[in-house]
Design a protein around this ligand. Structure first.
Ligand SMILES: O=c1nc2n(C[C@H](O)[C@H](O)[C@H](O)CO)c3cc(O)ccc3cc-2c(=O)[nH]1
Ligand SMILES: C[C@H]1O[C@@H](n2cnc3c(N)ncnc32)[C@H](O)[C@@H]1O
Ligand code: SF4
Length: 333
């Protein structure tokens, strides 16, 4: 089939809040994680976070992306930091942050590692959507010290989110030692969960970028052809209502759109990509110029089909009504 471009691709305007970089896992590709003793190990305080939320809302951002290392509560130093802030668990602190974001007028999207049904249940009323990368169905060297990167545990979290009707973001990381068959298996697993629960709004095809000081610092990035191939696989395997996302700060999206990319994820006018801090966000107007006749269309962190289906709590209904247009996309302020 000849490549065919869509009329538009979507993105969201967000602020990235790296709440903590303390993590019980040690992914071989991750440059985000810190040990408690390191100088830039941290738990962000409310007085650091609230101004970012406020500036984000003022700048027209609709999404607060709350990112965490996984289950930092296992780390004793971290528990002390939390206690100093007056919280006894990460969940309790996150609930406070989500409430604050909503009061300020920005919709939470939490990406915090694997979670139990009861954690997801507590967060659902305060999150427009949530996310967890499956990463890969393969058992990989890059995950050898990562209890939370067992594929079955990741699938469990995504499944529980489905039962709770949480609009969900997941994806795979390409170039971390997995094979093409593993990518197929991963995409099929995601497709299967979506067929059962209907909650997967987008699947990120994330290209690995080496980070110095990590186990994989000298591993090559995946070739663009591999990413193109994976996007084609994703488009074939995933049901048509699931968006395929690439990050426009990690890869040039232009040629990928004809292959099936329909979303460019969160783009921030204010904050850096804390997971890939070397990769600057493109300016939305520059990106639009580059894409030519393909329109960049702003969405909320909850996709239009879930806005329409009302997959959100009463706590979020006022804000979502205020931010969305009649089709469920971003109403231009
Ligand atoms: O800026 C980033 N945003 C990341 N996002 C944010 C994402 O681009 C948007 O928040 C979603 O499209 C929702 O609007 C993630 C969200 C998830 O739920 C799971 C993984 C990621 C990964 C990244 C990332 O590496 N960098
Ligand atoms: C939030 C998501 O960021 C991704 N992630 C973590 N480290 C890297 C890297 N070096 N390159 C690209 N993506 C990465 C993982 O897929 C994680 O789940
Ligand atoms: S990718 Fe996430 S789980 Fe893995 S080490 Fe980094 S912060 Fe921890």
């Amino acid at each position: 089939m000849p490549p065919k471009n869509p009329d538009f691709v979507t993105y969201s305007k967000n602020v990235f809040i790296p709440v903590t970089n303390i993590c019980r896992n040690r992914c071989g590709y991750c440059g985000f994680r810190r040990e408690p003793g390191q100088p830039d190990a941290r738990l962000m305080k409310p007085e650091e976070i609230l101004p970012v939320l406020e500036n984000g809302a003022k700048a027209g951002c609709t999404e607060a992306l709350f990112t965490f290392g996984e289950f930092p509560d296992e780390v004793p130093e971290y528990r002390n930091w939390l206690k100093e802030l007056g919280y006894s668990s990460t969940l309790e602190y996150l609930l406070f942050l989500c409430e604050a974001a909503i009061d300020i007028g920005i919709l939470p999207h939490t990406n915090a590692g694997i979670m139990t049904h009861s954690e997801l249940k507590a967060l659902k009323p305060l999150n427009a959507s949530m996310g967890l990368m499956l990463e890969s169905m393969a058992a990989l060297d890059a995950h050898k010290d990562c209890p939370g990167k067992l594929p079955e545990l990741r699938l469990d979290t995504i499944r529980e989110a489905g039962k709770l009707r949480i609009p969900y973001t997941t994806g795979i990381l390409v170039g971390i030692g997995e094979k093409r068959e593993d990518r197929i298996e991963s995409l099929e697993a995601i497709a299967g969960l979506h067929r059962e629960y209907g909650h997967i709004q987008e699947v990120i095809i994330q290209n690995f970028i080496p980070k110095s000081g990590t186990y994989m610092e000298n591993s090559p990035e995946p070739a663009v052809e591999e990413i193109v191939d994976t996007i084609c696989l994703a488009r074939q395997i995933l049901p048509p209502d699931v968006a395929v996302q690439v990050a426009p700060n990690l890869i040039d999206p232009k040629a990928l759109i004809a292959k099936g990319v329909s979303d460019l994820g969160g783009i921030s006018p204010l904050t850096i990509d804390w997971i890939n801090p070397e990769a600057e966000w493109p300016d939305v107007r520059d990106l639009q110029k580059k894409l030519g006749s393909i329109l960049l269309r702003e969405r909320l962190p909850i996709y239009p089909q879930y806005v329409k289906r009302g997959w959100y709590s009463d706590r979020l209904s006022g804000l979502i009504a205020q931010l969305s247009d009649s089709e469920g996309y971003r109403k231009q302020p």
